[in-house]
Design a protein around this ligand. Sequence first.
Ligand code: ADP
Ligand code: MG
Length: 259
Amino acid sequence: MAELVIRDLKVSIDGKEILKGVDLTLPQGEVHAIMGPNGTGKSTLAYTLMGHPSYEVTGGEVLFDGQNILELEPDERSRLGIFLAFQYPVAIPGVTVANFLRTAVNSRRRAVNPEDKGVPIPEFRKMLKAKMEMLKVDPSFAGRYLNDGFSGGEKKRAEILQMATLEPKIAVLDETDSGLDIDALRVVSEGVNALRGPDLGVLVITHYQRILNYIKPDVVHVMMGGRIVESGGPDLALHLEEHGYDWVREKVDNGSVPA
Ligand code: ADP
Ligand code: MG
């Protein structure tokens, strides 16, 4: 069973320390949520896990299956089985959803074996059809140009379909606040729920409790001031929805949790 272990992770942007020692363990088979006020470093964590070059790791480590992934390029992380959903996916006019996904699958295969001729088209079609049925995606979707004129919900659908096709072991979804209408929210949560199982670990990053009405997390973490300051079960999300973050902030200020 692979797990993602984040240990004392410190990250700076433009010389300013944003993550101040994040500790978190996400085993395959579990769904964890990270909640927290705006500006506390949630997206910074997501970008750092992805390997975004602007985010400078100044301390700590991120292990996947025992291997430190911070030294790996984003595509190498992907090959290990880590999937990071883009919050703002780019449009690629002229490239269909099906072609994009086939290219992704083939480049993954070629990375393992440079001689690989790629997945035969009939086999790929069959696989994609099965994934689309599982996710209740209309068959015509595969023939559309990737994200070209897609609604928010359709972009999320393309992203979830990519996740289903790549079959990651760990998926990180930064669902920040704005832009997720109810349609997109449903797409994401139904997709995650269809894919969740013993082989997939999911990290849902969110400001609002809303999405957690649809995706029931096993564990909820609260991030504040660049650290995880509180963890608990699904009830913690409901408690935060009702009472806000002030009580957590007070606990941090009182020194009853590490800050
Ligand atoms: P969250 O996702 O929790 O709202 P972020 O990780 O986006 O928080 O931001 C954490 C802090 O880092 C904020 O103070 C923000 O202003 C700062 N920050 C984020 N991205 C950048 C950037 N590219 N350049 C400079 N500062 C940034
Ligand atoms: Mg954010």
